[in-house]
Design a protein around this ligand. Structure first.
Ligand SMILES: O=P(O)(O)OC[C@H]1O[C@H](O)[C@H](O)[C@@H](O)[C@@H]1O
Length: 304
């Protein structure tokens, strides 16, 4: 079978552009198997990419959906978020509306992480305003292997300061801004009025980003990714992050479907898989307020 062709995308990097019959499109780079654009049929971009993005491998693309594998953040001895987002993946299959990319262990990867693995990531434009991604990891070695992972999705918002993340009420979280102390989410939603960096544990598989100012919701349905990181860098971290524009914190929130608290342990020869489906839902007018009687801590502070 001939190797599926790539085209030249932003930053002169190779990748694949998907196009659905409805007019929806997506761009997936071979660098990091990075999904860096998803436009719904109306031409509206649903993912955020930094205004100061740098397309220079091995640096990860700032925005879209970096794949954190085989380590999330500093949960292990590897560099931040592992190495999958910094590597060149191979296009192993494609149709007009889907692409499959594969990353295999190499002698160089085994110096960092001593395991034989095959990681397969697939992006599919679905019917309606859906986008489906699946990822599988096969342990091709003879010893068990353990990893953490996240689909680090940057959701574009018309106004992140008015956005809400729903579906997390009652979940415990580790507050990465406070020594990863464990807390409980008591709010009906997570709002953004300061820096937020939390690892919500064993959450519902149905979450949503409510872009109130944009009159739209993105529904997130995840499978086999029990945790969810919620992140907005706020003012100082945006300024301090070289490839983020100073005001970019107003333009996105990250909700990262993840397996972190309980790392995945995969026996030799076995395969693990996960899935994330995104659906954009438009609202005729701003989405109705969600039980403002029970605001989260940051909302309560904002109201003062
Ligand atoms: O700058 P990066 O390595 O891409 O990480 C960006 C962010 O990723 C996650 O959301 C972490 O929880 C944050 O602590 C981190 O700042």
């Amino acid at each position: 079978m001939s190797k599926p062709e790539t085209t030249t995308l932003r930053g002169e990097l190779p990748g694949v552009k998907l196009a659905g019959s409805t007019g929806a499109t997506a761009e997936v780079y071979t660098h990091g198997a990075h999904l860096a654009s998803w436009k719904t049929a109306d031409g509206v971009e649903q993912l955020f990419v930094s205004s100061d993005v740098v397309f220079k491998p091995p640096k990860a693309i700032r925005g879209g959906v970096p794949i954190c594998f085989p380590q999330f953040s500093d949960f292990g001895p590897l560099g931040q978020h592992g190495f999958a987002r910094n590597e060149t993946w191979e296009v192993t299959a494609r149709t007009p509306t889907s692409v499959q990319m594969t990353l295999r262990s190499t002698p160089a990867s085994k110096e960092k992480w001593p395991h034989d693995f095959v990681c397969v990531y697939e992006v599919m434009l679905g019917a309606g305003n859906h986008l489906k991604t699946t990822m599988s990891v096969t342990n091709a070695g003879i010893e068990p292997m353990t990893f953490t992972t996240a689909l680090h999705t940057y959701f574009r918002c018309d106004d992140a300061l008015a956005a809400k993340v729903t579906g997390l009420k009652g979940a415990s979280y580790l507050d990465s801004l406070d020594g990863r102390v464990r807390r409980e989410e008591i709010g009906e939603f997570v709002a953004f009025a300061e820096e937020v960096d939390r690892i919500y544990l064993s959450t519902s598989d149905a979450l949503a980003v409510e872009d109130v100012a944009g009159s739209r919701s993105i529904r997130i349905t995840k499978r086999n990714l029990p945790d969810a990181v919620v992140w907005n860098p706020w003012i100082e971290k945006s300024k301090a992050t070289g490839d983020l524009g100073d005001d970019d914190y107003k333009k996105f929130v990250c909700v990262e479907a993840a397996a972190i608290e309980t790392p995945v342990t995969l026996p030799a020869g076995e395969r693990w898989e996960c899935e994330q489906v995104l659906e954009c839902v438009k609202h005729a007018s701003p989405v109705p307020a969600i039980d403002d009687a029970a605001p989260s801590k940051v909302e309560a502070e904002e109201a003062r």
